[in-house]
Design a protein around this ligand. Structure first.
Ligand code: PLP
Length: 444
């Protein structure tokens, strides 16, 4: 395992077993834990996490793609600490300099002349998507929304409706007015992995859906440029431009959910939608924006955002000084240290290692993704491509025992999700590939 200079502080709190028992008794039964033996994490430093015994883990999932610049990044911690000491909370009924500065800086990361410049701050990605839905309906005067199957857009009532209903075990009551189009999944869809026109063919299905499956008057279309929870599914090129055009022709606006793909994670561009040559009307974001702070945002074109002008929009914690300090400090680290290039370079090296695993293990059906938004899809064998959820669960568990934390996703739970903090090194990647190689040998 690569070395670190960080040594964890001694831990003298309750044991893992005590915490587990207390949690089972007093916390929501719907809370999920990873691993046969749930892991307790009590400290973090950059790409490293430590359990209560001081054991160190290489974090390749970043608290579900949330810790972007590194656990307890010193420059972020310092700004948050300064802010907490000075003023912890006011709402947006008073002026505060940091929200204005962060709004300006965040808008400056959007493509030139995109008009994406008005920021609404929230405490989560779900709330940002709620706002995007509301804005698109208010702005267009239409009601129908289109989302993709297997997409994930959050856990508030309406966001659950956007989220592919059947997919994530949510009751069908949510999502009135939301229509789900087929996920353009190159591995599992009908058009073949290497079909250069697959994007356009999948887009034709959305055109059909608008015409025959909706009122024909669309409020908005939302998609993640790479599906995260859905299993690192890359939207094929050519899909979004055609869909955006059709949605706009039907009166709708286009929403890019960048909660996982934003902030340079895909390496080639700062925002995931830029890889597709499209410009959305609304961009939603969260997670990596605050390196772990409860922070989300919805950035829209002025005229779309203006639809809210006569409405009261109030969010007690959205835009609070501490989250704003975290967001601004995180963005400064990303830009000053050019972490986007790092995602491209280190991510390219990591993807190469994953592709080698695919060549050497029949149960790896696909190795894919961009930058540091990667996935390894496990199958029964490379002929049938039948999803192999049990193997993914085993690899996931064994990797933890070997000191590597990964994510899991996909409809059948058969995709290992690899989305580490952006500060990882090549050496970390080599260690991770070695662990994965050993785990895959064990389960094959
Ligand atoms: C793509 C995407 N959108 C929205 C959300 C919801 O964000 P939050 O959990 O902050 O509400 C998530 C969370 O995983 C996500 O991955």
């Amino acid at each position: 395992m690569p070395a670190t200079t960080h040594s964890p502080k001694p831990y003298d709190g309750p044991t893992r077993e005590e915490v587990l028992a207390t949690r089972r008794e007093f916390l929501a039964p719907s809370l999920l834990t990873y691993y046969r033996d749930p892991l307790m994490i009590v400290e973090g430093s950059m790409q490293w996490l430590f359990d209560e015994t001081g054991r160190r883990y290489l974090d390749f999932f970043g608290g579900i793609v949330t810790v972007s610049v590194g656990h307890c990044h010193p420059r972020v911690v310092e700004k948050v600490r300064e802010q907490v000491e000075r003023l912890q909370h006011t709402t947006t009924i008073y002026l505060h300099p940091t929200i204005a500065e962060f709004g300006r800086k965040l808008a400056s990361t959007m493509p030139a002349n995109s008009g994406l410049e008005v920021c609404y701050f929230t405490s989560s990605g779900s709330e940002a998507n709620e706002l995007a839905m509301l804005m698109s309906r208010l702005y267009t005067g239409n009601f129908d929304l289109i989302a993709l199957r297997n997409g994930y857009h959050g856990m508030t009532n309406q966001a659950m409706g956007l989220t592919g209903l059947h997919t994530w075990k949510q009751p069908l009551l949510h999502g009135i007015g939301v229509h789900h189009a087929r996920l353009p999944d190159r591995l599992r869809g009908p058009y073949g992995y290497d079909d250069p026109d697959a994007g356009s063919k999948y887009a034709d299905e959305v055109i059909d859906l608008i015409q025959y499956g909706t009122s024909g008057q669309i409020a908005g279309f939302i998609a993640e440029p790479i599906q995260g929870v859905g299993g690192t599914v890359e939207i094929p090129l050519g899909y979004l431009p055609k869909v955006y055009e059709a949605v706009r022709a039907a009166g709708g606006v286009c929403i890019s959910d960048e909660v996982q793909t934003g902030f340079g994670r895909t390496g080639t561009k700062f925002w995931g939608f830029e890889n597709h040559g499209v410009t959305p009307d609304i961009v939603t974001m969260a997670k990596g924006i605050g390196n772990g702070a409860p922070l989300g945002a919805c950035v829209a074109r002025a005229e779309v955002a203006g639809s809210m002008a006569n409405r009261l929009h109030f969010n007690t914690y959205g835009g609070n000084p501490v989250s704003m300090a975290a967001g601004l400090a995180t963005l400064n680290v990303m830009l000053e240290d050019d972490l986007q290039s790092r995602c491209r370079d280190i991510g390219g090296h990591l993807l190469e290692g994953l592709k080698n695993l695919q060549s050497n293990h029949d149960i790896v059906g696909d190795a894919r993704g961009q930058g540091l938004m990667l996935g390894l899809e496990l199958v029964m064998d490379s002929k049938s491509l039948a999803p192999n959820g049990p193997a993914a669960a085993q690899v996931h568990d064994r990797a933890k025992e070997m000191g590597l934390l990964l994510g899991k996703g996909g409809l059948k739970g058969n995709v290992l999700r690899i989305k580490p903090p952006m500060c990882i090194t090549r050496e970390d990647c080599d260690f991770a590939i070695d662990v994965l190689d050993r785990c895959l040998h064990e389960v094959s």
